[in-house]
Design a binder for this molecule. Structure first.
Ligand SMILES: [Zn+2]
Length: 196
């Protein structure tokens, strides 16, 4: 019996179990206007992609606990010393030193604002968000980068104050576990699985 591939780390090594490539029955493509003549086949197949997070793993783990982590350059010899990076950057782009991990959940709750936005009526393959998707770019006080995310409820406006919400129930352990709602949204109005 075929089982989707699963991975675990044990004794410092990746352990693979199950099927990572699955091939299904081919189906004929026929021409309805030419006596159902065979013109080709479809080839359904799927693949389990193994995506390792490396030093970003703690960022994704903390979303499921309602925390937004960022990083900060604390190298005193760096021109950009003190810069806070959100999205989470493992290394400082100026001095290439390893950044320090900081918790910026409170800063996000108090200062997040929509820098700009776009509303997408259509999406690419494997999209998991409800359409239309309200993509927002978010700025924070004292943070030198802008975060790309999505607004879970309401209509975006430039300058609008937003607060983070986290998918703490059945998290996906991806960036989709982090979303935003207008400041002042009531806790009981949040969609299922999301919490402040
Ligand atoms: Zn630096």
């Amino acid at each position: 019996m075929s089982q989707y591939g699963q991975v675990q780390v044990k004794d410092g090594r990746y352990k693979f179990r199950g099927d990572f490539h699955r091939l299904e029955q081919h189906m004929p493509i026929r021409d309805a206007d030419a006596d159902w003549k065979l013109v080709g086949v479809t080839k359904p197949r799927d693949m389990t992609y193994v995506h390792t997070y490396g030093a970003e793993a703690e960022f994704f783990a903390s979303l499921s606990q309602g925390k937004l982590l960022a990083t900060k350059c604390e190298n005193p010899d760096c021109e950009a010393n003190g810069s806070i990076f959100q999205p989470f950057r493992i290394f400082c782009p100026d001095c290439l030193g390893k950044n320090t991990v900081i918790d910026m959940t409170d800063l996000a709750k108090k200062t997040a604002k929509v820098h700009t936005f776009m509303v997408c009526m259509r999406s690419g393959a494997f999209n998991m968000l409800d359409k239309p998707i309200r993509f927002i770019n978010i700025e924070f006080n004292g943070v030198c980068t802008i975060l790309f995310s999505y607004l879970l409820m309401g209509e975006p406006q430039i300058g609008m104050r937003v607060v983070p919400v986290f998918k703490r129930a059945n998290p996906t352990y991806t960036i989709l576990d982090l979303s935003w709602v207008p400041a002042g949204t009531a806790a009981d109005a949040l969609p299922e699985g999301f919490y402040f």
